[in-house]
Design a protein around this ligand. Structure first.
Ligand code: C2E
Ligand code: CA
Ligand code: CA
Length: 753
């Protein structure tokens, strides 16, 4: 409303020949040179339109000509203003359709159309119609003049002042918008992960700030190659797209290369009319610079905005680099540079959520005997081997598949089932790996899971693959195993049972029963086998064939096995006290127990603590167990024999022990497996295997006991074949100690009778 500080240094009042001394002004941001100032004349008097145009028409203001827009009523002006953009000044008649039509229009412009930048000069024919001072302030009216006041010069100065004011408002608003944009741009950039994303985000945001299409190239600069001509390209767009992934050299693009080189060495942004080269100072690590071609020169405001943007982005880049570094450490294996387990789980989650799930397979690749290789040849060699395996997997499979290293010597391959299958992967281990000039052969075992058949998270899928891998390893080396749904159910059931067994054992639900063994010739009791019983909380008996494997798997067998052995020793002592002196108690020992380093000490302690005579205790080990790790077993059995305890091979006939090996084991007795006893009467082959075992026992000087004897015919044939002892339901079921004592008493009476 008040006269703005005059924009004119001098006005030569010559009515028709006005000369203005211009001052330096910056071009309007975002507006091309050669633009105009648009002035709207709103007046119902046609003469006012023509005199105004005539008075101002051929004059420039602030280096631009004026362009007039005419409205002859307030209504028409409203209509036009809804569509007209960039009106700088409105010369508005107060009195038109109504006495205050002009004032209503002002309210409409400011409040309804929300046009706050446009400057408004009110004109009125009659002095009496001056608007209220409040209206002038409230509606941001620049000036109020009676028409008679407005001589040509007055009109000129008034409009010029208004245009100047409009220009300043626009400049302020534009830099405020620019700053808003920078804040928004930075926020958006911060949400991008990875340096590459961040870098291409920078190009996007620069284009946004300049209101142009994305164009340009952003390079990194390592301190090592100061003034290096090779600048790694971090991001590129528009005309520079072809540079993706490469390096910027003078040969590739001399202009961009030179500009970026200069910005990096001078550590400053450089603007020319054709290009902006923006410098982003990294911290100690790296600097970045972007070269952006321009369609038009930038004005000062834009340059300043970009500088602010650059310093903001620099901070961001440093952070992103730090975050990337941390990300890298958290999600990638430092040795092989492959994604690690955490990252694989993320990728699995994403795959499970997408369409690829239907055809994807996850394979775990476990290197066989890696621990031995590592121990034998050293960790450095082991590391080299792992790197070589990683490289081969990556080179041969990596293109469309995800290769990860998820543990010491376990890699994973994820991708389409057509590629991720045992044949393809195991084929990679056919040729040796060259480590330190040596050829090293490595075989692998695979555990696989088809994601289509899997319902669960990525972590669950990995667990399933791991279960399959364990199964593959148990079955045979250099093999593979596919996870199946039933395995999952089985595993869950096993886990449930494992917990129940642990608590059941602690609360005394486990007990030991005894099944007598008899001398076939005299039908006299000579011993008993100790067998575990578990009566769960709900009263159900759970078969040892179900819970023993779980006890073994969980390691619980160590404690449970000790419990059985001690119970058996204690029972032996009581049996002897009751007069059963020539009576042996056999105890089943599982492989896991036997391999435990504390086994011998436990055995000696149990004998000592209970006072059980070792020669009446027998340990039963299975034939399958006897076949594994012969060296270790021979040594262990020798130690066991030194305690005085004797040894039986359980389930004999099911394996393929060699004669000479059996001799070296120093065993005392063979137990003919129940299946061969059943065969005696049940199959056409008759007694062939039982007969062979009995023969073998005789040749080796070993005692033989047939188990699972259920009827007299079997007992008779076994006796006829020369089998000295038997065990089975024909004689007695496994019994609790009180029942055993009863039975022994009855048998003794029967014998005496
Ligand atoms: P095993 O060592 O071969 O034990 C003999 C199994 O045959 C016992 O089953 C016994 O009840 C059963 N049996 C005995 N006579 C007959 C018969 O005439 N007919 C039939 N059909 N079966 C007969 P149980 O008690 O269910 O034990 C099964 C397996 O569990 C045992 O096989 C043994 O491998 C394991 N086991 C039992 N107790 C222990 C233990 O304390 N420690 C370890 N490590 N394993 C045990
Ligand atoms: Ca047994
Ligand atoms: Ca057996």
């Amino acid at each position: 409303m008040s006269q703005p500080s005059t924009p004119l240094h001098s006005v030569k009042d010559d009515r028709d020949d006005l000369v203005f001394l211009d001052e330096q002004t910056a071009a309007q941001p975002g507006e091309a040179c050669g633009a105009v100032w648009r002035v709207m004349i709103v007046d119902d008097d046609e003469d006012v339109h023509s005199t105004t145009t005539f008075a101002l028409g051929n004059l420039d203001m602030q280096q631009r000509p004026l362009e007039f827009v005419h409205a002859y009523s307030a209504a028409q002006a409203r209509e036009m203003l809804r569509h007209e953009a960039d009106i700088a000044v409105i010369l508005l008649d107060v009195v038109m359709e109504q006495d205050d039509a002009g004032l209503h229009l002002v309210r409409y412009i400011r409040e309804t159309l929300k046009l706050h930048d446009v400057r408004i000069i009110l004109r009125t024919g009659q002095p009496g119609y001056a608007p209220e001072i409040d209206a002038i302030r409230d509606f941001d009216i620049n000036d109020y003049k009676t028409k008679s006041e407005l001589t040509r010069i007055k009109l000129y100065t008034t409009v010029t002042a208004a245009i100047r004011s409009y220009e300043q408002i626009r400049a302020i608003n534009s830099s405020r918008r620019g700053l808003d944009q920078i804040v928004r741009a930075s926020t958006e950039l911060m949400s991008l992960h990875g340096v590459k994303n961040f870098a291409s985000g920078v190009l996007t945001q620069v284009a946004d700030i300049l209101g142009t299409d994305e164009n340009g190239v952003l390079c990194a600069h390592e301190p090592a190659d100061v003034r290096a001509q090779h600048l790694p390209v971090m991001a590129c767009a528009g005309a520079f797209c072809r540079l993706g992934g490469g390096v910027l050299t003078p040969q590739v693009d001399p202009r961009a290369s030179e500009a970026i080189g200069r910005a990096l060495s001078q550590r400053t942004s450089i603007f020319t009319p054709e290009s902006a080269t923006l410098y982003f100072g990294g911290k100690a690590s790296r600097d970045f610079a972007a070269f952006v071609p321009l369609a038009r020169p930038l004005d000062d405001i834009e340059k300043r905005l970009l500088e602010v943007f650059c310093s903001n982005v620099s901070v961001g880049l440093v952070n992103v680099e730090l975050v990337s570094h941390l990300h890298n450490a958290a999600f990638y294996d430092q040795l092989s540079k492959l994604p690690n387990r955490t990252r694989l789980v993320e990728i699995l989650d994403a795959t499970l959520a997408g369409p690829a799930r239907e055809s994807a397979t996850l394979a775990l690749v476990d290197l066989d005997h890696f621990a031995e290789t590592n121990d034998a040849l050293g960790h450095q060699f082991g590391d080299l081997l792992l790197v070589a395996v990683a490289a081969r997997l990556q080179a041969r499979l990596g293109r469309n598949l995800t290769i990860a290293r998820i543990g010491g010597d376990i890699f994973s391959v994820l991708g389409d089932s057509s590629a991720v299958n045992p044949d393809n992967i195991l084929a990679l281990f056919q040729t040796p790996f060259s480590i330190d000039g040596q050829d090293v052969r490595v075989s692998a075992t695979l555990g696989l899971v088809r994601l289509a058949e899997h319902d669960g998270t990525g972590a669950d899928a990995l667990k399933d693959a791991d279960i399959a891998l364990k199964r593959a390893k148990v079955q045979q080396r250099s093999g593979h195993f596919f996870f199946s749904r039933s395995m999952g159910v089985e595993i869950r059931e096993r886990v449930r049972m494992m917990h129940a067994l642990r608590t059941g054992f602690a609360s005394g639900e486990l007990s030991v029963v005894y099944q007598p063994q008899v001398d076939l010739a005299e039908r006299r009791p000579v011993g008993a086998e100790a067998l575990l019983r578990w009566q769960a909380g709900n009263g159900d008996f759970i078969s040892p064939t179900r819970f023993i494997p779980i006890a073994e798997y969980s390691g619980l067998i160590i404690e449970i096995g000790e419990f059985v052995l001690r119970a058996a020793c204690a029972e032996l002592v009581r049996l002897r006290a009751a007069g059963h002196l020539d009576f042996t108690v056999s105890v089943n020992v599982s492989q896991v127990q036997f391999r435990h380093p504390g086994f011998l000490a436990m055995l000696r302690a149990a004998l000592q603590d209970t006072g059980a005579p070792a020669r009446y205790i027998e340990l039963e080990i299975t034939e399958s167990m006897a076949m594994e790790e012969p060296g270790l077993l021979i040594e262990m059995l020798a130690e066991v024999k030194r305690t005085g305890v004797s040894i039986a091979i359980d389930d004999f006939g099911t394996g393929f022990s060699s004669l000479s090996y059996l001799q070296r084991l120093q065993i005392d007795r063979l137990k003919i497996d129940r299946a061969f006893v059943t065969e005696i009467t049940g199959s056409a082959r008759g007694s062939s295997i039982a007969e062979m075992v009995i023969q073998l026992g005789r040749n080796l000087g070993l005692s033989v006991v047939a188990e699972g004897v259920e009827d007299e015919r079997q007992a008779h044939i076994l006796h006829a074949l020369g089998c000295p002892m038997a065990q089975g339901f024909l004689f007695a079921r496994p019994m609790s100690p009180p029942a055993l004592y009863d039975w022994l008493r009855r048998e003794g009476q029967a014998l005496r009778a």
